[in-house]
Design a protein around this ligand. Structure first.
Ligand code: ADP
Ligand code: MG
Length: 272
């Protein structure tokens, strides 16, 4: 059996856009013709699972043919149970080409298991030193990186373990999400610290989803930016801002360089 490509959304902070980004990536990959299995490890909030359930309900209600991934939800119980439950679910969904795992915004056994299986690890962060603090301690005078954080050390260990287990690499991508154009100076400083840190602890920095009200509104209907044109008959409309946002999302998914996506594209190009 071919191993799926595993995308993990993780950081140790709530509200940075993990679940919203996960859903947009999932629907983008489904749209590209890939089979996708989703796993929600935030058994308390279940944001991703609820997003997907809302999508199913909306599709049924309006007779729409929306692409929906499979979804499994896991809850924290105790270390042995969580490890066994993760392994069982992971094994079950490994028939999909891509597995997308959404982690809670805190350290947990389930979250560590997921990080240990990542091929692509996506860490969305807002552009502030509060969020950057999750990756490293920054000098308040010089804005230089003093030392990597607990989370960065966790990724370091996951990478070592992964290399030992199957010589695999983890492509760690830090997404600068919800960039606000009002704070140019802060953005530059965070950007400089991130560039320094990226070299030091080994991640790529990509622009994530920008701040738009539409991301908050679509959750209840389970929709993503990718769907808006196709669901026009339900009263949704596509504005210029949505078109720009869709392009940002496309650029992001391309920049993630998911290996099976390249194969799918070349297969599509050959048949068209
Ligand atoms: N790009 C964005 N623009 C505006 N609101 C956003 C954006 N991304 C996420 N949100 C909103 O911020 C809140 C937290 O996002 P969520 O994806 O649940 O974060 P996390 O999974 O990291 O806790 C939600 O209300 C969500 O709708
Ligand atoms: Mg979440």
């Amino acid at each position: 059996m071919i191993k799926p490509h595993v995308i993990v959304l993780g950081n140790e902070k709530g509200g940075s856009g993990k679940s919203t980004t996960a859903m947009h990536i999932i629907v983008s990959l489904l749209q590209a013709g890939l089979s996708v299995a989703a796993i929600d490890l935030d058994g308390r909030q279940k944001s991703l699972a609820r997003y997907i359930e809302n999508r199913q309900s909306f599709a049924v209600k309006h007779g729409l043919n929306l692409l929906v991934p499979s979804i499994d939800v896991l809850q924290d119980i105790d270390e042995a149970t969580d490890k066994a439950a993760f392994a069982a679910v992971f094994d079950k969904v490994s028939v999909a080409q891509v597995v997308v795992i959404d982690c809670p915004g805190r350290d947990s056994v389930l979250s560590r298991e997921a990080h240990g299986h990542a091929d692509t690890l996506i860490t969305p962060m807002n552009d502030s030193f509060v969020d950057l603090d999750l990756l490293a301690t920054i000098d308040p005078e010089t804005f230089k990186v003093i030392k990597p954080s607990f989370y960065a050390e966790l990724i370091w260990k996951c990478r070592q373990e992964r290399a030992r287990r199957d010589k695999g690499n983890v492509d760690w991508v830090v997404l600068r999400t919800r960039l606000s154009h009002l704070e140019a100076k802060n953005m530059r400083r965070v950007g400089a610290a991130l560039t320094e840190l990226a070299k030091r602890i080994g991640f790529r920095v990509l622009p994530g989803l920008s701040e738009r009200v539409v991301y908050r509104e679509m959750f209840l209907k389970g929709l993503t930016l990718i769907d808006l044109r196709d669901v026009a008959k339900t009263g949704e409309s596509m504005t210029m801002s949505h078109v720009a946002a869709r392009q940002e999302l496309r650029d992001l998914v391309t920049a993630l360089k998911i290996p099976c996506m390249a194969t799918e594209h070349s297969a599509m190009a050959q048949t068209s």
